[in-house]
Design a protein around this ligand. Structure first.
Ligand code: FAD
Ligand code: NAP
Length: 337
């Protein structure tokens, strides 16, 4: 596998930040991984695993090896009424969703149009419209960098939580996901109560929606609200929704009676980060080459020529302003390099 030097990453991150990697290699199979990591010199470099680059912000050139995962392939097995779909880590996530919707395999239709790859889907336990990957995750295989072995992770092994997994936590930097298996179903249990899905189905006169209807409606809502990374650089929601304790929430509610809130695990309360940011006056703000999206303040954008440093500094300003107004600390969802 050729290691390329001083490789341009501008087309490989959806923020469109213009940076280079000291070294770059593209991987098409588990055998490629074994070959690359059998070279001791490679192991001495800092390592960044790259999927679709849709959940990262580069603040400088990457002074190490970028390993782009392009392992392809989709395999389907029947298991009673369930369908076990295994996809290579380099498959485009939304293409897999389209494939499953077309074949009437239910379970991931609410996750339509999320950018990125299959291999990244368990990393932050991707989620949208009330469904998370943990709801359909069966297992994944991953290459252990230290040993060169392929290990299998069950759902329990992955330690999934809101936008979290073991791969972002205690095993960070140790494994490269090579394939993921999802347990889907021939019997759809559609989730339409979240966000504007029901309202949009109603507007279309659909009373008994199919998997394809839900997927189409989710796609339409997303297109209307979110900037398309192919025309305006962004990495989706820049911050996680904060989860706070009930007593802290009770104090906030007394001051801000219309604050949106949702129940979270362990009796805590989830706030909508986008609402907090908008309430601080940031929606649609343009600051230099960066800013917040006009339809969703949670999304930071590159209006053209923004550096990662510029976007990062703007995110700090947002964090500080939200903290001053609400006493709530926003945590970045986007991975910073
Ligand atoms: P990358 O950005 O390339 O990588 C993300 C992280 O995962 C990095 O730390 C990387 O090192 C690691 N990684 C990637 N591949 C592997 C692998 N094979 N093995 C080990 N580690 C790996 N996210 C949601 O959860 N829900 C949404 O609804 C959503 N909507 C979005 C909308 C837009 C417009 C955009 C731009 C982003 C959105 N995102 C959303 C964020 C993003 O699409 C997801 O997090 C996605 O899973 C990232 O995939 P990727 O392949 O681009 O990962
Ligand atoms: P939205 O529908 O305007 O909702 C705003 C916030 O309220 C969301 O953050 C959502 O939390 C929460 N929410 C709404 N209805 C809820 C319910 N019934 N129960 C619990 N929480 C509820 O949000 P949006 O910005 O248009 O995004 C729609 C969906 O796509 C959301 O699920 C969002 O997470 C996902 N999305 C994610 C990204 C990303 O990069 N991570 C980017 C775009 C969209 P949750 O975010 O926890 O769902």
């Amino acid at each position: 596998m050729p290691l390329l030097e001083n490789y341009a990453l501008k087309q490989l991150n959806t923020f469109g930040v213009d940076v280079n990697a000291k070294l770059y290699v593209e991987i098409f199979s588990e055998a490629d991984l074994l070959e690359v990591f059998s070279n001791q010199a490679v192991k001495e470099n800092k390592l960044l695993v790259l999927g679709g680059g849709s959940n990262m912000l580069f603040t400088k050139d990457y002074d190490g090896l970028v390993v782009k995962i392009s392992i392809k392939g989709i395999d389907v097995k029947e298991d009673g009424n369930d369908i076990l779909v295994t996809a290579g880590a380099g498959e485009v996530w939304d293409s897999l969703v389209k494939y499953c919707v077309a074949n009437e395999y239910a379970g991931i239709e609410n996750l339509t149009l999320i950018p990125g790859t299959v291999g990244a889907s368990p990393i932050q336990n991707i989620g949208a419209y009330g469904v998370e990957i943990k709801d359909v995750f069966e297992s994944c295989t991953a290459f252990e960098i230290a040993t060169g072995q392929i290990k299998t992770f069950s759902k329990a092994d992955c330690g999934f939580a809101y936008r979290e997994s073991v791969f972002k936590g205690k095993l960070k930097g140790q494994f490269i996901v090579t394939a993921v298996t999802y347990r889907l179903s021939r019997t759809a249990k559609l989730q339409t109560h979240y966000g504007a899905i029901n309202a949009e189905l109603e507007r279309r006169g659909i009373t008994t929606p199919t998997i394809a209807d839900v997927s189409e409606v989710v796609a339409a809502i997303r297109v209307s609200k979110l900037p398309d990374p192919s025309t305006i650089g962004n990495a989706g929601s820049f911050f996680k929704n904060p989860i706070i304790s009930q007593p802290v929430f009770d104090d906030l509610l007394a001051q801000f009676p219309d604050i949106p809130h949702y129940p979270a695990p362990d009796g805590r309360v989830k706030l909508a980060a986008g609402w907090l940011i908008e309430a601080c006056g940031f929606k649609g703000v343009v600051e230099g080459n960066t800013g917040t999206w006009k339809n969703q303040a949670l999304v930071l954008v590159n209006h053209g020529g923004a550096t990662g440093q510029e976007v990062y500094r703007f995110s700090e300003k947002i964090i500080n302003t939200v903290q001053q107004k609400f006493g709530v600390l926003l945590e970045r969802e986007v991975n910073i390099f």
